[in-house]
Design a protein around this ligand. Structure first.
Ligand SMILES: [Zn+2]
Length: 382
């Protein structure tokens, strides 16, 4: 029951990115939603009831674990239950927790966390979880408030990014007061987040502290190798061509960490909509720089970048889609690209090869299934 994914009959499906193009006009990213279309409104009404259930869950309800239950569950030799959000968090937590916990991720391949609404089953899983770990920094959009309320009511709920000092976080001037949540794009920072998970789980489950530390240390070694692969590969792209153009601004940390300037059609959250002026500015930039390839993202409908391609071509420029990147969701479950390491390896290898740098087709470990430059299959069918 715990491991089965079920569709909720009560709410519109929220798993498909193609169903999430609900906007008719631009909204500002940083402020509250000001433009609410009819479909979004219908879902909000349904969602609000679910969120109330979650926000109201204290320690004393019959469905949610009380403080005493929590202490007992961590002392037991049986696995306890962790619920996570995006795949990048799920994968790290699963590795660090080992066999001490069953980990269930709410957001699978192709799901856009900025727009995701929990189903009834998701809500039940959150209510029954012993620990909830999310991305934080507003990555999970409207669910963020629920997590904060659950934590305030004494549930064990924390963000994987809680342990990072604020001065390592990006806070782009155009989004004053908001940090960029796409921290996993800098492998060294995500490695520190893994350490934070190990520390927090060790505090909850002290008899097994050594196990968490050991697994986190092994993971950190692998991530160090990945970080070095990313740096070496991306730096091999000729400087003039070393620019990453994507659908939304998920690659800021990636850009800073690995020395590849990035530009995007949309802002930090997919909740914002690109204006005509934004698109025109990007078309001009791509045309003038002679950029040959731009990239689509598995969790965002492809049409977001089509206007840019058309604009460049109408100016006589030649530009193609260099491949599909995993930005806010990992690749298909059960495949190498469906792990955090595989996802970053795929991105680095795809970008490097499409822009004329040197990277093996199979990536860092020779495990990549998709040859760089070809479209991947991470998207669920609409
Ligand atoms: Zn994003």
């Amino acid at each position: 029951m715990w491991n089965e994914r079920q569709k909720s009959p009560g709410c519109p499906a929220s798993d498909s990115p193609r169903r999430q193009t609900l906007y008719a006009g631009p909204v500002t990213h940083a402020g509250p939603m000001t433009h609410v279309g009819p479909v979004r409104l219908a879902r909000s009404v349904c969602l609000s009831g679910l969120l109330l259930v979650l926000a109201g869950c204290g320690g004393g309800g019959t469905d949610s674990p009380s403080a005493a239950d929590s202490a007992a569950v961590f002392q037991s030799s049986q696995p306890y239950r962790i619920v996570t959000t995006v795949g990048m968090v799920t994968d790290i937590v699963r590795t660090v927790a080992g066999d001490r916990a069953e980990v269930f991720g709410l957001m699978g391949p192709g799901v856009d966390p900025h727009l995701h609404s929990p189903s009834r089953d998701d809500v039940n899983r959150l209510l029954q979880a012993d620990v909830v770990i999310y991305g934080g920094l507003n990555l999970e959009g409207k669910m963020t408030r629920v997590f904060e309320d659950m934590a305030a009511k004494g549930r064990v709920v924390f963000a994987i990014t809680d342990g990072l000092p604020r001065d390592v976080l990006r806070s782009p001037p155009e989004f004053e007061g908001h940090f960029d949540p796409h921290v996993w794009m800098d492998v060294s920072l995500w490695s520190r987040c893994a350490e934070h998970v190990a520390q927090r789980l060790a505090e909850l489950d002290p008899p097994h502290a050594a196990g968490y530390a050991e697994r986190a240390a092994a993971l950190k070694q692998q991530l160090k190798q990945l970080d070095e692969y990313a740096r070496t590969s991306l730096q091999s792209i000729p400087e003039q061509r070393r620019v990453l153009v994507t659908a939304h601004d998920a690659f800021g940390y990636f850009s800073t960490a690995y020395g590849i300037p990035s530009r995007s059609v949309q802002g930090l959250s997919t909740e914002s909509e690109a204006s005509v002026a934004d698109i025109n500015a990007l078309v001009k930039f791509i045309s003038e720089r002679g950029i040959s390839a731009v990239f689509i993202e598995s969790s965002i409908p492809e049409d977001r970048i089509e206007a840019v391609l058309e604009g460049v071509r109408s100016r006589g420029g030649e530009v193609r889609i260099g491949g599909e990147l995993y930005s806010d969701a990992m690749g298909p479950e059960g495949q190498y690209e469906g792990t955090y390491i595989g996802m970053i390896d795929h991105n680095v290898t795809t970008i490097t090869r499409a822009l004329g740098g040197q990277a093996p087709t199979g990536g860092m470990n020779g495990k990549l299934r998709q040859a760089a430059g070809k479209e991947s299959t991470g998207k669920p069918n609409p």
